[in-house]
Design a protein. Structure first.
Length: 303
């Protein structure tokens, strides 16, 4: 039996839930948990009413932490989001307290599945989950730059009028302001990106990828559909044992932190992170990004 528990039924949690309903995910039960129980109850009812027209019927209900016992995946989307003008890292202390209370509760259960984290600042919240849960790192995954990589592919596709599915490129590093595109590793069809795009195009596209969340938050107050679909893709990689490559936030032992690089995902969570060959300039950008993550990590762990 596959059971997914969503903790935090706000914009992100419910977009993920709705993506699973529409896709007809390979799950039997979807459990919703939120401090605002009434909201979760409303969401469960609303989603259940979509089941008659969904490709697969599964049970959606409001639960409590005892429902985590036999869960396959717990996805944490709880906590504060960015207000206009706030960076992701501004949320660190508020969301640490939220995670502490959530993971303390889960630790009292027999949960032995996979943690999937969406809350920002993403790489730090994933590290916090790893530390507080005591789980092996392959079973704690952050959404990383899956969303940002989707934005990259969309923008290149728009520019060139090519299906984003035929664009193979990733955003790597922090899910935040220091993330970047290793352009040497972007393939459009079977050709390198510089056959199609000028340096100026690349700079503009990358700037738009990094600034997307700010632009959307300024316009509508939050982002949710892109991350909902990204979480669905990660969930499918786990539930269908796909060995898919995605830029989730995965643990790196050498640096003792989580960050996004292309990573193979299957039913055990992270199978392996792939170390890509980077240009000298990109190596420097990755170091800068890791330094940012480490500096933020110390705000919580080196007090
Ligand atoms: P939201 O405010 O709409 O929802 C958060 C939910 O968490 C609320 O329903 C709230 O009641 C609940 N909550 C708070 N404390 C809780 C607790 N202790 N236990 C259970 N539930 C609790 O926020 P949102 O827009 O859904 O964003 C959620 C998080 O996702 C934010 O940190 C946001 O920055 C992040 N986010 C991440 C990505 C990504 O790419 N990873 C993309 C978009 C947003």
């Amino acid at each position: 039996m596959n059971k997914v528990v969503i903790i935090g039924c706000g914009n992100v949690g419910m977009s993920y839930a709705y993506s699973m309903v529409i896709h007809g995910s390979n799950i039997d039960e979807l459990v919703l948990i939120d401090v605002n129980k009434e909201k979760a109850e409303g969401e469960a009812l609303d989603l259940s009413h979509a089941m008659s027209y969904a490709p697969k019927n599964f049970k959606v209900y409001v639960g409590d932490y005892s429902d985590c016992n036999n869960a396959t995946i717990i996805c944490i989307c709880a906590g504060k989001g960015q207000n206009p003008g706030e960076t992701r890292t501004d949320l660190i202390h508020k969301n640490y307290e939220v995670f502490k209370s959530i993971i303390d509760n889960i630790n009292k259960t027999n949960f032995n599945g996979i943690y999937l984290v969406a809350t920002n600042p993403l790489d730090i919240m994933t590290y916090i989950t790893y530390k507080l849960s005591g789980f092996s790192p392959n079973k704690v995954i952050g959404s990383g730059t899956t969303l940002d990589s989707a934005r990259l592919r969309y923008l290149i596709g728009e520019k060139l009028d090519i299906n984003p599915k035929n664009i193979h490129g990733f955003v790597i590093g922090e899910h935040g302001d220091t993330e970047f595109v290793p352009w040497n590793n972007v393939l459009i069809g079977l050709d390198k990106a510089d056959k199609f795009l000028t340096k100026k195009d690349m700079i503009e596209i990358e700037k738009e990828v990094v600034g997307s969340a700010y632009e959307i938050i300024n316009k509508k107050g939050n982002t949710c559909y892109g991350i909902g679909m990204s979480l669905l893709k990660i969930t499918n990689a786990i539930l269908y044992n796909q060995n898919s490559i995605m830029t989730v936030s995965a643990y790196n032992k050498e640096h003792d932190c989580y960050f996004a690089i292309p990573t193979i995902l299957n039913k055990n969570g992270v199978k392996k992170s792939l170390f890509i060959t980077l240009s000298q300039e990109d190596e420097e950008r990755l170091t800068k990004s890791l330094n940012e993550i480490k500096a933020n990590k110390s705000k919580i762990f080196d007090k």
